[in-house]
Design a protein around this ligand. Structure first.
Ligand code: DQA
Length: 148
């Protein structure tokens, strides 16, 4: 089984981007921790970040033929704008968890609408980088359950 972790625009800047909101952990730190967690469970994990909506759509479409069984996605600003990325996830029908570092419900009103949450298995928002570890814990237990 294989898990794909997708990161939307500006998340490549984690660590230096508005650290009071997004924390000091870098995307490389997050990837390293998730890879170790997946490896310990005998699961392959791949991460992909893009600032481009089309590249994220293409990555989701490719996941279907690559045998990706679960997606963890922080769509970043595309959370609030992208019907295209939503439609891609609906098209491949791979279960996914939506993660946000910040608590989007405690911020500007435009962040309180998500094009993803109603399709997601679950949503984690406001727990910083720990949210990714928690999402992966949930994904791994679902994959293990599906196996037996
Ligand atoms: C974010 C929240 C979004 O509103 C914002 O556009 C981001 C990051 C988060 O992880 O808290 O880029 O998804």
């Amino acid at each position: 089984p294989c898990v794909l972790v997708l990161h939307g625009p500006n998340l490549n800047l984690l660590g230096t981007r508005e650290p009071a909101i997004y924390g000091c952990t870098t995307l490389a730190d997050i990837h390293r921790a998730m890879e170790a967690q997946a490896r310990a469970a005998g699961v392959q994990l791949e991460s992909f970040q893009s600032n481009s909506e089309g590249e994220l759509v293409n990555r989701v479409q490719a996941a279907a033929s690559e045998g990706i069984r679960f997606i963890i996605i922080n769509p970043a600003a595309y959370t609030h704008t992208s019907v295209a990325l939503r439609d891609a996830l609906a098209a491949v029908a791979i279960p996914f968890i939506e993660v946000h570092l910040s608590n989007v419900h405690a911020r500007e009103s435009f962040r309180q609408q998500s094009y993803f949450s109603d399709l997601a298995v679950g949503v984690i928002s406001g727990l910083g980088h720990e949210g990714y570890a928690l999402a992966l814990t949930a994904a791994l237990s679902r994959l293990a359950q599906a196996q037996d």
